[in-house]
Write a protein of this length. Sequence first.
Length: 430
Amino acid sequence: MPLYARILIAVALGAILGVTFDDRPIVLGLRNQHLGELGLLVIRLLKALAVPLIFFAIVDAFVRTRISARQGGKMVLICLVNVSVAFTIGLTIMNTWRPGEVWRGRFQELVAHTTAESAPAAPTATLDPLKNVEGYVPVSLLDPFNKNSVISVVLLSLFTGAALRRVKRIQAARGETSVETTERFVTGAYDVLVVMLWWVVQAIPFAVFGVVAQQVGRVGLSAFSALWVFLAVILLGLALHSLVYYPLMAWLVGRKPPRVYLGGGADAILAGLSTNSSLATVPLTLRCLTEKMGVSQESARLSACVGTNLNNDGITLYDAMAALFIAQACGVHLTLGQQGLVVLASLMAGVGIAGIPEAGLIVLPLVLGSVGLPEAVVAAAIPLVLPVDWIIGRARSAVNVMSDMLVAILLDRGQGTQAAAADMEQEPVV
Protein backbone atom coordinates (compact mmCIF):
# COMPACT_ATOMS: atom_id res chain seq x y z
CA MET A 1 0.00 0.00 0.00
CA PRO A 2 1.46 3.42 -0.94
CA LEU A 3 2.58 5.64 1.91
CA TYR A 4 0.08 8.38 1.07
CA ALA A 5 -2.81 5.87 1.31
CA ARG A 6 -1.61 4.71 4.73
CA ILE A 7 -1.38 8.34 5.87
CA LEU A 8 -4.95 9.05 4.71
CA ILE A 9 -6.24 5.99 6.56
CA ALA A 10 -4.35 7.08 9.69
CA VAL A 11 -5.89 10.57 9.50
CA ALA A 12 -9.42 9.13 9.19
CA LEU A 13 -8.97 6.65 12.05
CA GLY A 14 -7.34 9.28 14.28
CA ALA A 15 -10.18 11.73 13.67
CA ILE A 16 -12.78 9.07 14.47
CA LEU A 17 -10.98 8.16 17.68
CA GLY A 18 -10.67 11.81 18.69
CA VAL A 19 -14.36 12.55 18.14
CA THR A 20 -15.46 9.34 19.86
CA PHE A 21 -13.40 9.51 23.04
CA ASP A 22 -12.40 13.20 23.38
CA ASP A 23 -10.15 13.21 26.45
CA ARG A 24 -11.76 10.13 28.03
CA PRO A 25 -9.83 6.88 28.58
CA ILE A 26 -9.90 4.53 25.60
CA VAL A 27 -8.66 1.34 27.22
CA LEU A 28 -6.60 0.63 30.36
CA GLY A 29 -6.21 4.35 31.03
CA LEU A 30 -4.82 5.05 27.54
CA ARG A 31 -6.02 8.42 26.21
CA ASN A 32 -5.77 10.28 22.92
CA GLN A 33 -3.22 12.55 24.58
CA HIS A 34 -0.91 9.57 25.13
CA LEU A 35 -1.26 8.52 21.50
CA GLY A 36 -0.35 12.04 20.41
CA GLU A 37 2.73 12.11 22.62
CA LEU A 38 3.91 8.81 21.13
CA GLY A 39 3.31 10.14 17.63
CA LEU A 40 5.31 13.29 18.33
CA LEU A 41 8.31 11.13 19.23
CA VAL A 42 8.41 9.83 15.65
CA ILE A 43 8.14 13.35 14.24
CA ARG A 44 10.86 14.56 16.60
CA LEU A 45 13.16 11.76 15.42
CA LEU A 46 12.45 12.67 11.80
CA LYS A 47 13.42 16.29 12.42
CA ALA A 48 16.53 15.28 14.36
CA LEU A 49 17.73 13.14 11.44
CA ALA A 50 16.61 15.59 8.74
CA VAL A 51 19.02 18.33 9.87
CA PRO A 52 22.22 16.25 9.45
CA LEU A 53 20.72 14.85 6.22
CA ILE A 54 20.52 18.41 4.86
CA PHE A 55 24.15 19.02 5.81
CA PHE A 56 25.52 15.86 4.18
CA ALA A 57 23.20 16.16 1.16
CA ILE A 58 24.54 19.63 0.34
CA VAL A 59 28.19 18.72 0.96
CA ASP A 60 27.76 15.52 -1.09
CA ALA A 61 26.21 17.59 -3.89
CA PHE A 62 29.36 19.74 -3.96
CA VAL A 63 31.44 16.57 -4.23
CA ARG A 64 29.37 14.94 -7.00
CA THR A 65 28.10 17.90 -9.04
CA ARG A 66 28.72 21.56 -9.69
CA ILE A 67 26.44 23.98 -7.82
CA SER A 68 26.98 27.43 -9.29
CA ALA A 69 26.08 30.88 -8.03
CA ARG A 70 23.95 31.27 -11.16
CA GLN A 71 21.73 28.36 -10.08
CA GLY A 72 21.42 29.91 -6.62
CA GLY A 73 20.34 33.18 -8.19
CA LYS A 74 17.74 31.39 -10.29
CA MET A 75 16.40 29.67 -7.18
CA VAL A 76 16.01 33.00 -5.37
CA LEU A 77 14.28 34.52 -8.41
CA ILE A 78 11.82 31.60 -8.65
CA CYS A 79 11.09 31.87 -4.92
CA LEU A 80 10.41 35.61 -5.27
CA VAL A 81 8.00 35.01 -8.16
CA ASN A 82 6.17 32.30 -6.20
CA VAL A 83 5.79 34.40 -3.06
CA SER A 84 4.69 37.42 -5.13
CA VAL A 85 1.89 35.34 -6.65
CA ALA A 86 0.97 34.12 -3.15
CA PHE A 87 0.66 37.68 -1.86
CA THR A 88 -1.34 38.71 -4.93
CA ILE A 89 -3.82 35.89 -4.29
CA GLY A 90 -4.08 36.68 -0.58
CA LEU A 91 -4.48 40.44 -0.92
CA THR A 92 -7.00 40.05 -3.77
CA ILE A 93 -9.20 37.78 -1.64
CA MET A 94 -8.98 40.02 1.42
CA ASN A 95 -9.60 43.32 -0.39
CA THR A 96 -12.33 42.03 -2.71
CA TRP A 97 -14.46 40.06 -0.25
CA ARG A 98 -13.33 41.72 3.00
CA PRO A 99 -14.27 38.58 4.99
CA GLY A 100 -12.95 39.96 8.28
CA GLU A 101 -15.91 42.31 8.47
CA VAL A 102 -18.09 39.30 9.38
CA TRP A 103 -16.40 39.50 12.80
CA ARG A 104 -17.00 43.25 13.12
CA GLY A 105 -18.36 43.95 16.59
CA ARG A 106 -17.92 40.31 17.66
CA PHE A 107 -14.16 40.29 18.20
CA GLN A 108 -14.29 40.41 22.01
CA GLU A 109 -17.10 37.85 22.08
CA LEU A 110 -15.05 35.44 19.98
CA VAL A 111 -11.98 36.02 22.14
CA ALA A 112 -13.97 35.13 25.25
CA HIS A 113 -15.21 31.98 23.53
CA THR A 114 -11.73 30.66 22.70
CA THR A 115 -9.31 31.94 25.36
CA ALA A 116 -9.12 28.56 27.06
CA GLU A 117 -6.24 27.69 24.74
CA SER A 118 -2.71 28.68 25.72
CA ALA A 119 -0.57 30.78 23.42
CA PRO A 120 2.56 29.33 21.78
CA ALA A 121 6.10 30.08 22.83
CA ALA A 122 7.74 33.44 22.18
CA PRO A 123 8.86 34.02 18.57
CA THR A 124 12.32 32.91 17.59
CA ALA A 125 12.57 35.43 14.74
CA THR A 126 12.38 39.19 14.54
CA LEU A 127 11.70 41.68 11.76
CA ASP A 128 15.20 43.12 12.20
CA PRO A 129 17.36 41.73 9.33
CA LEU A 130 20.59 42.31 11.25
CA LYS A 131 19.36 40.35 14.26
CA ASN A 132 18.21 37.52 12.00
CA VAL A 133 21.61 37.41 10.28
CA GLU A 134 23.29 37.45 13.70
CA GLY A 135 21.18 34.45 14.69
CA TYR A 136 22.33 32.51 11.63
CA VAL A 137 26.01 32.62 12.66
CA PRO A 138 26.59 29.74 15.11
CA VAL A 139 28.66 30.06 18.28
CA SER A 140 30.15 26.60 17.60
CA LEU A 141 30.08 24.03 14.80
CA LEU A 142 27.69 21.82 16.77
CA ASP A 143 25.34 24.63 17.78
CA PRO A 144 23.17 24.56 14.60
CA PHE A 145 22.63 20.80 14.98
CA ASN A 146 21.72 21.14 18.66
CA LYS A 147 19.15 23.85 17.90
CA ASN A 148 17.90 22.44 14.58
CA SER A 149 18.74 25.79 13.01
CA VAL A 150 18.18 24.99 9.34
CA ILE A 151 19.59 28.20 7.88
CA SER A 152 22.77 27.90 9.96
CA VAL A 153 23.19 24.27 8.89
CA VAL A 154 22.71 25.25 5.23
CA LEU A 155 25.31 28.04 5.50
CA LEU A 156 27.75 25.71 7.27
CA SER A 157 27.28 22.99 4.65
CA LEU A 158 27.79 25.46 1.78
CA PHE A 159 30.96 26.69 3.47
CA THR A 160 32.20 23.12 3.99
CA GLY A 161 31.32 22.00 0.45
CA ALA A 162 33.07 24.98 -1.14
CA ALA A 163 36.18 24.39 0.98
CA LEU A 164 36.17 20.68 0.12
CA ARG A 165 35.98 21.44 -3.58
CA ARG A 166 38.79 23.99 -3.26
CA VAL A 167 41.05 21.51 -1.44
CA LYS A 168 40.29 18.90 -4.11
CA ARG A 169 41.51 21.24 -6.86
CA ILE A 170 44.66 22.11 -4.90
CA GLN A 171 45.47 18.44 -4.28
CA ALA A 172 44.79 17.55 -7.92
CA ALA A 173 47.41 20.11 -8.97
CA ARG A 174 49.87 18.54 -6.52
CA GLY A 175 49.01 14.96 -7.48
CA GLU A 176 47.61 14.20 -4.03
CA THR A 177 44.38 12.27 -3.28
CA SER A 178 43.96 12.35 0.51
CA VAL A 179 40.77 14.43 0.22
CA GLU A 180 39.05 11.46 -1.42
CA THR A 181 38.81 9.84 2.02
CA THR A 182 36.71 12.76 3.22
CA GLU A 183 34.56 12.56 0.09
CA ARG A 184 33.88 8.86 0.66
CA PHE A 185 32.97 9.57 4.28
CA VAL A 186 30.49 12.28 3.25
CA THR A 187 28.89 10.03 0.64
CA GLY A 188 28.72 7.09 3.03
CA ALA A 189 27.24 9.21 5.84
CA TYR A 190 24.56 10.53 3.48
CA ASP A 191 23.63 7.02 2.33
CA VAL A 192 23.41 5.78 5.95
CA LEU A 193 21.17 8.70 6.94
CA VAL A 194 18.87 8.04 3.97
CA VAL A 195 18.39 4.42 5.09
CA MET A 196 17.78 5.43 8.72
CA LEU A 197 15.26 8.05 7.70
CA TRP A 198 13.42 5.64 5.42
CA TRP A 199 12.98 3.28 8.35
CA VAL A 200 11.52 6.09 10.45
CA VAL A 201 9.31 7.22 7.55
CA GLN A 202 7.52 3.87 7.65
CA ALA A 203 6.26 4.81 11.12
CA ILE A 204 4.73 8.11 9.94
CA PRO A 205 1.17 6.69 9.57
CA PHE A 206 1.22 5.52 13.21
CA ALA A 207 2.50 8.95 14.31
CA VAL A 208 -0.20 10.70 12.27
CA PHE A 209 -2.88 8.47 13.80
CA GLY A 210 -1.85 9.46 17.33
CA VAL A 211 -1.34 13.17 16.65
CA VAL A 212 -4.69 13.58 14.86
CA ALA A 213 -6.51 11.69 17.61
CA GLN A 214 -4.92 13.96 20.23
CA GLN A 215 -5.72 17.19 18.38
CA VAL A 216 -9.33 16.29 17.54
CA GLY A 217 -9.91 14.98 21.05
CA ARG A 218 -8.46 18.13 22.63
CA VAL A 219 -10.01 20.80 20.41
CA GLY A 220 -13.18 19.04 19.34
CA LEU A 221 -15.50 20.59 16.79
CA SER A 222 -17.15 23.37 18.82
CA ALA A 223 -14.60 26.03 17.88
CA PHE A 224 -15.34 25.63 14.17
CA SER A 225 -18.84 27.07 14.56
CA ALA A 226 -17.34 30.39 15.64
CA LEU A 227 -14.17 30.42 13.55
CA TRP A 228 -15.30 28.78 10.32
CA VAL A 229 -15.12 32.04 8.32
CA PHE A 230 -11.47 32.63 9.23
CA LEU A 231 -10.60 28.98 8.60
CA ALA A 232 -12.39 28.87 5.23
CA VAL A 233 -10.80 32.08 3.93
CA ILE A 234 -7.25 31.07 4.88
CA LEU A 235 -7.65 27.58 3.42
CA LEU A 236 -9.09 29.09 0.23
CA GLY A 237 -6.01 31.26 -0.26
CA LEU A 238 -3.64 28.37 0.42
CA ALA A 239 -5.63 26.06 -1.90
CA LEU A 240 -5.65 28.51 -4.82
CA HIS A 241 -1.90 28.99 -4.54
CA SER A 242 -0.96 25.32 -4.10
CA LEU A 243 -3.61 23.49 -6.13
CA VAL A 244 -3.98 25.95 -9.02
CA TYR A 245 -0.81 28.04 -9.40
CA TYR A 246 1.75 25.35 -8.51
CA PRO A 247 0.38 22.60 -10.82
CA LEU A 248 0.00 25.10 -13.69
CA MET A 249 3.61 26.29 -13.32
CA ALA A 250 4.89 22.72 -13.01
CA TRP A 251 2.96 21.77 -16.16
CA LEU A 252 3.37 24.81 -18.41
CA VAL A 253 6.93 25.75 -17.44
CA GLY A 254 8.40 22.63 -15.83
CA ARG A 255 6.76 20.15 -18.27
CA LYS A 256 5.48 18.03 -15.39
CA PRO A 257 1.71 17.41 -15.72
CA PRO A 258 -0.47 17.43 -12.59
CA ARG A 259 -0.49 13.63 -12.39
CA VAL A 260 3.31 13.74 -12.06
CA TYR A 261 3.53 16.80 -9.81
CA LEU A 262 0.65 15.94 -7.49
CA GLY A 263 0.70 12.16 -7.93
CA GLY A 264 4.47 11.78 -7.72
CA GLY A 265 4.68 14.15 -4.77
CA ALA A 266 1.69 12.75 -2.88
CA ASP A 267 3.81 11.03 -0.22
CA ALA A 268 5.72 14.22 0.63
CA ILE A 269 2.64 16.47 0.44
CA LEU A 270 0.55 14.28 2.75
CA ALA A 271 3.50 13.79 5.11
CA GLY A 272 3.87 17.58 5.41
CA LEU A 273 0.12 17.90 5.86
CA SER A 274 0.14 15.30 8.62
CA THR A 275 3.37 16.04 10.51
CA ASN A 276 2.97 19.84 10.37
CA SER A 277 6.66 20.20 9.53
CA SER A 278 8.25 20.73 6.12
CA LEU A 279 11.63 20.04 7.76
CA ALA A 280 10.59 16.52 8.82
CA THR A 281 9.39 15.94 5.24
CA VAL A 282 12.71 16.77 3.54
CA PRO A 283 13.73 13.07 3.09
CA LEU A 284 10.42 12.25 1.41
CA THR A 285 10.59 15.42 -0.70
CA LEU A 286 14.01 14.40 -2.04
CA ARG A 287 12.81 10.86 -2.76
CA CYS A 288 9.66 12.03 -4.55
CA LEU A 289 11.59 14.52 -6.68
CA THR A 290 14.34 12.17 -7.78
CA GLU A 291 12.57 8.81 -7.97
CA LYS A 292 8.99 9.70 -8.95
CA MET A 293 9.35 12.97 -10.87
CA GLY A 294 12.70 12.43 -12.55
CA VAL A 295 14.29 15.61 -11.17
CA SER A 296 18.08 15.63 -10.96
CA GLN A 297 19.82 15.22 -7.62
CA GLU A 298 21.42 18.64 -8.05
CA SER A 299 18.14 20.53 -8.48
CA ALA A 300 16.34 18.48 -5.81
CA ARG A 301 19.00 19.09 -3.17
CA LEU A 302 19.39 22.76 -4.06
CA SER A 303 15.67 23.42 -3.61
CA ALA A 304 14.72 21.05 -0.76
CA CYS A 305 17.91 21.54 1.27
CA VAL A 306 19.49 24.90 0.43
CA GLY A 307 16.26 26.73 -0.38
CA THR A 308 14.07 25.18 2.31
CA ASN A 309 13.81 28.43 4.30
CA LEU A 310 13.14 30.51 1.19
CA ASN A 311 10.21 28.35 0.07
CA ASN A 312 7.88 29.33 2.91
CA ASP A 313 4.94 30.49 0.80
CA GLY A 314 2.50 28.86 3.23
CA ILE A 315 3.77 30.86 6.21
CA THR A 316 4.01 34.20 4.39
CA LEU A 317 0.59 33.88 2.73
CA TYR A 318 -1.07 32.90 6.03
CA ASP A 319 0.48 35.75 8.03
CA ALA A 320 -0.51 38.37 5.46
CA MET A 321 -4.10 37.13 5.14
CA ALA A 322 -4.52 36.67 8.91
CA ALA A 323 -3.22 40.18 9.61
CA LEU A 324 -5.67 41.75 7.14
CA PHE A 325 -8.54 39.61 8.44
CA ILE A 326 -7.98 40.67 12.05
CA ALA A 327 -7.56 44.32 11.04
CA GLN A 328 -10.89 44.19 9.19
CA ALA A 329 -12.54 42.52 12.20
CA CYS A 330 -11.34 45.36 14.43
CA GLY A 331 -12.49 48.04 11.99
CA VAL A 332 -8.92 49.16 11.24
CA HIS A 333 -8.51 50.32 7.65
CA LEU A 334 -5.10 49.47 6.23
CA THR A 335 -3.92 51.62 3.35
CA LEU A 336 -2.10 50.16 0.36
CA GLY A 337 1.20 51.23 1.93
CA GLN A 338 0.34 49.52 5.22
CA GLN A 339 -0.64 46.36 3.36
CA GLY A 340 2.74 46.51 1.64
CA LEU A 341 4.32 46.67 5.09
CA VAL A 342 2.33 43.56 6.09
CA VAL A 343 3.66 41.79 2.99
CA LEU A 344 7.25 42.79 3.78
CA ALA A 345 6.92 41.76 7.44
CA SER A 346 5.37 38.40 6.46
CA LEU A 347 8.19 37.76 4.00
CA MET A 348 10.93 38.61 6.51
CA ALA A 349 9.28 36.56 9.25
CA GLY A 350 8.82 33.58 6.90
CA VAL A 351 12.50 33.57 5.97
CA GLY A 352 13.69 34.16 9.52
CA ILE A 353 11.62 31.51 11.27
CA ALA A 354 13.01 28.04 11.87
CA GLY A 355 11.37 24.95 10.32
CA ILE A 356 9.17 24.23 13.32
CA PRO A 357 5.46 23.50 13.79
CA GLU A 358 3.18 26.51 14.29
CA ALA A 359 5.88 28.74 12.75
CA GLY A 360 3.28 30.94 11.02
CA LEU A 361 1.33 31.37 14.26
CA ILE A 362 4.45 32.19 16.24
CA VAL A 363 5.46 35.09 13.98
CA LEU A 364 1.90 36.40 13.56
CA PRO A 365 2.27 38.87 16.49
CA LEU A 366 5.30 40.39 14.76
CA VAL A 367 3.31 40.93 11.57
CA LEU A 368 0.30 42.36 13.43
CA GLY A 369 2.51 44.73 15.39
CA SER A 370 4.26 45.96 12.25
CA VAL A 371 1.16 47.90 11.13
CA GLY A 372 0.46 49.44 14.52
CA LEU A 373 -2.49 47.33 15.67
CA PRO A 374 -3.16 47.84 19.40
CA GLU A 375 -1.27 45.55 21.76
CA ALA A 376 -4.55 44.28 23.20
CA VAL A 377 -5.64 43.11 19.74
CA VAL A 378 -2.27 41.47 19.07
CA ALA A 379 -2.40 39.67 22.44
CA ALA A 380 -5.98 38.48 21.86
CA ALA A 381 -5.43 37.35 18.26
CA ILE A 382 -3.27 34.33 19.10
CA PRO A 383 -5.63 32.51 21.51
CA LEU A 384 -8.49 33.45 19.18
CA VAL A 385 -7.14 31.63 16.11
CA LEU A 386 -5.29 28.89 18.01
CA PRO A 387 -8.19 26.36 18.12
CA VAL A 388 -8.18 26.08 14.31
CA ASP A 389 -4.47 26.71 13.71
CA TRP A 390 -3.65 23.00 14.00
CA ILE A 391 -5.54 22.56 10.72
CA ILE A 392 -4.13 25.69 9.07
CA GLY A 393 -0.62 24.82 10.24
CA ARG A 394 -0.74 21.49 8.44
CA ALA A 395 -1.98 23.21 5.28
CA ARG A 396 0.91 25.71 5.56
CA SER A 397 3.44 22.88 5.82
CA ALA A 398 1.96 21.10 2.79
CA VAL A 399 2.19 24.35 0.78
CA ASN A 400 5.83 24.76 1.81
CA VAL A 401 6.59 21.20 0.67
CA MET A 402 4.84 21.80 -2.66
CA SER A 403 6.85 25.01 -3.06
CA ASP A 404 10.10 23.07 -2.58
CA MET A 405 9.04 20.61 -5.27
CA LEU A 406 7.99 23.31 -7.75
CA VAL A 407 11.26 25.22 -7.34
CA ALA A 408 13.22 22.00 -7.94
CA ILE A 409 11.18 21.22 -11.09
CA LEU A 410 11.67 24.72 -12.51
CA LEU A 411 15.39 24.68 -11.70
CA ASP A 412 15.76 21.32 -13.39
CA ARG A 413 13.81 22.47 -16.44
CA GLY A 414 16.09 25.49 -16.84
CA GLN A 415 19.18 23.34 -16.36
CA GLY A 416 17.97 20.85 -18.96
CA THR A 417 17.26 23.63 -21.47
CA GLN A 418 20.74 25.07 -20.99
CA ALA A 419 22.33 21.63 -21.39
CA ALA A 420 20.41 21.01 -24.62
CA ALA A 421 21.45 24.40 -25.98
CA ALA A 422 25.08 23.69 -25.10
CA ASP A 423 24.93 20.34 -26.88
CA MET A 424 23.51 21.98 -30.03
CA GLU A 425 26.28 24.55 -30.01
CA GLN A 426 28.91 21.82 -29.78
CA GLU A 427 27.29 19.61 -32.48
CA PRO A 428 29.33 19.72 -35.68
CA VAL A 429 27.64 21.00 -38.84
CA VAL A 430 27.51 18.37 -41.62
